[in-house]
Design a protein around this ligand. Structure first.
Ligand code: PLP
Length: 390
């Protein structure tokens, strides 16, 4: 391959889109109806179709997953301390801290990047009220182990499934585990509603509480029965969500093709390992995650990212730094890193590469060529070699 980028800029999280004509028709209809928000017909349809897809009884759509996490933790009565991984997007932890709940950071299993159940017992104190598991990159947590420990200590379990729509755990779709699960439909997610999120659960009472709490706590016109907030999804977001949902199989097929291409093109590059998805489970393949072994590759992870950026490939270092190294946590819990060796190690090695509808086989070949070229040449301190041919 030559050294000219013929792909244009490539971004992690470039949005996917369903059928534009169908989306615009839905938007036209909702404008005609003059029902823009407050549990409109498109939101209700979106909720029903998400619930059907996931195989749960209830889906409560929200304005985004962060607010959904806040409302869900409030509805579950989380207080005091809640155990949560530090290897996650900061919103998982902010949702707790925002409500005055102390996050207690659990380390991850370096093979799965998910919370390590073996660390949980020693983190539980009389103040602990719950555990938040995150299905990182759509690979489900060890749900059974977490639920068993939680039940033993009378704790509630909430799963942050922001990455895991369309994924399964032991053959069952993510969405029905714990007391409830939270999905994100942010523009960067493989299935998006511009901004959006949802809580899914099989618990009717909890679902009703979530519905009222996302609408200020109103039960009927003039009667507020809970402390609520404005967490509602708008009709235009539901229009986008429904249109994306109709394209979900095609988007997953594209992600899967890109993932296979990355696996092939990166296979023999020393020190570069792409994470695997269990072929026995369903996955959305929305994340291309590679770990860089600095010794084996001879390059630094950060140098490689800078190099990719200089070639118009906007790779990301998720989740670096771990949440415990971000404010306010690094001030409140300055020693947290000592008990998170796997989080520290994994977050120093990961790179997320572009995929989705905006990426094709030629783009994947180009990204892999840039990586291979940088590694073959060894680390150059500037991290930017332009595009000169070798
Ligand atoms: C694990 C995780 N949780 C929560 C969120 C927050 O989602 P939203 O942007 O919909 O608020 C994200 C967003 O990327 C995420 O990755």
């Amino acid at each position: 391959m030559n050294d000219t980028n013929q792909c244009g800029p490539l971004f992690v999280g470039c949005p996917n889109q369903g059928d534009r004509g169908v989306l615009l028709a839905r938007i036209n209809d909702l404008l005609d109806r003059r029902w823009f928000t407050n549990n409109g017909p498109l939101v209700q349809e979106f909720e029903q179709r998400i619930a059907d897809y996931v195989g749960v009884r209830h889906c409560v759509a929200m304005c985004n997953a962060t607010v959904a996490l806040e409302i869900a933790s409030h509805a579950l009565g989380f207080a005091g301390e809640v155990i949560v991984p530090a290897y996650t997007f900061v919103a998982t932890v902010h949702a707790l801290q925002w409500q005055g709940i102390r996050p207690v950071f659990a380390d991850i299993n370096p093979a799965t990047y998910n919370i390590e159940p073996g660390t949980l017992e020693k983190l539980i104190t009389p103040k602990t009220t719950g555990i938040v598991g995150v299905h990182v990159w759509g690979r489900a947590c060890d749900v059974e182990a977490i639920e068993t420990i939680a039940a033993h200590h009378h704790l509630q379990v909430l799963f942050d499934a922001a990455h895991a729509f369309g994924c399964s755990y032991r053959g069952r779709m993510v969405g029905g585990f714990g007391r409830c699960e939270v999905f994100s439909f942010h523009a960067t997610k493989f299935l998006n509603s511009f901004e959006g999120g949802a809580v899914t659960t099989n618990d009717a009472e909890l679902a009703e509480k979530l519905r009222l709490m996302r609408n200020f706590g109103f039960s009927g016109y003039d009667n507020v029965i809970y402390q609520g907030v404005n967490g509602k999804m708008t009709e235009v977001c539901a229009a986008m969500g429904l249109t994306s949902l109709e394209a979900v199989d095609a988007i997953v097929a594209t992600n899967c093709r890109n993932y296979d291409c990355y696996c092939r093109f990166l296979a023999d590059i020393p020190g570069v390992a792409i994470i695997a998805y269990d072929p026995l489970e369903k996955n959305n393949y929305q994340y291309i995650i590679v770990e860089i072994d600095e010794q084996a590759s001879g390059v630094s992870r950060d140098g490689l990212v800078t190099h990719l950026h200089s070639h118009g490939i906007i790779a990301r270092k998720y989740f670096w730094p771990g949440v415990h190294r971000m404010e306010p946590y690094r001030t409140l819990q300055p020693d947290a890193g000592r008990s998170l060796p796997n989080t520290e190690q994994v977050s120093a090695r990961v790179i997320v590469l572009p995929t989705g509808q905006a990426v094709d086989e030629v783009s994947v070949a180009w990204v892999c060529h840039v990586i291979r070229d940088f590694i073959n040449c060894g680390h150059r301190p500037t991290g930017n070699r332009g595009t000169s041919p070798r």
